[in-house]
Design a protein around this ligand. Structure first.
Ligand SMILES: [Zn+2]
Length: 235
């Protein structure tokens, strides 16, 4: 899987949505910092790191290889249920799966350096960051969240991990991935978010959609098709 991260500029404030995997799978991936530099953004410029959920391919780019903060000036904003699930020692010790245990440890490693600058939001808070609406999307993880951004009448839905394999899961939205915390709920959520995207004709993107990652969704019978957005170098 490739993992996309998004920088949103709202009135000069830079919000980074998810941070990729960082150095744990180097050197193949973990090029966020290089790509930010190429876009003229230094890590110090990021004001907010907003998370769709806590999984190593989304959160371990928050830290450098030595475990220090990769974004020293950023406040971290994450759903309350999501944060508490991953920070709860009981959940980790009760979880027998070795991969899942590793995810708990990686979550701790990524978030602990930011402890004093983490802000959680509840499901009642519709706009956890000014200008960005939260849409509950549980299933893949307990507090998985999609984000809707509106600007000058245009809307973009960043849906996190609603889809891991677009070819397969649009055609067969009931297909689950091994990493789903609650696979049945993940399927229900996937269909609800895909329906929302199709009905509202939203421009969508997600963390595991192929480059350039932007598309529209059309519903056909009981499956979906994607209409790819052309790559644009300028807004
Ligand atoms: Zn993911």
């Amino acid at each position: 899987l490739n993992t996309n991260c998004f920088v949103v500029n709202i009135n000069g404030r830079l919000i980074l949505i998810d941070t990729g995997v960082g150095s744990i799978l180097a050197p193949m991936v973990g090029h966020l910092k290089q790509n930010l530099t190429a876009a003229g953004i230094s890590p110090e410029d990021i004001d907010t790191v907003l998370l769709t959920h806590i999984h190593p391919d989304h959160t371990n780019g928050m830290i450098n290889a030595d475990g220090t903060k990769a974004f020293p000036n950023a406040e971290v904003v994450v759903n309350y249920t999501e944060y508490n699930f991953w920070m709860d020692e009981t959940n980790m010790s009760q979880n027998a799966d070795e991969i899942e245990k590793g995810n708990f440890m990686l979550a701790k490693a990524a978030l602990t350096p930011y402890e004093s600058s983490i802000r959680t939001f509840s499901n009642d808070e519709s706009e956890p960051v000014h200008g960005i609406k939260a849409i509950e999307a549980p299933g893949h993880t307990p507090g998985h969240t999609a984000y809707l951004i509106e600007s000058n009448g245009d809307k973009l839905l960043i849906w996190g991990d609603i889809i891991h394999n677009a070819t397969l899961q649009l055609l067969r939205p009931d297909e689950k991935v091994a990493m789903d915390y609650n696979p049945v709920q993940a399927v229900t959520t996937r269909k609800r978010i895909l329906d929302l995207a199709a009905n509202e004709r939203l421009l969508v993107s997600g963390m595991h959609l192929d480059f350039p990652g932007f598309r529209h969704i059309k519903k056909e019978g009981n499956h979906y098709v994607q209409v790819l957005e052309r790559w644009k170098t300028e807004l």
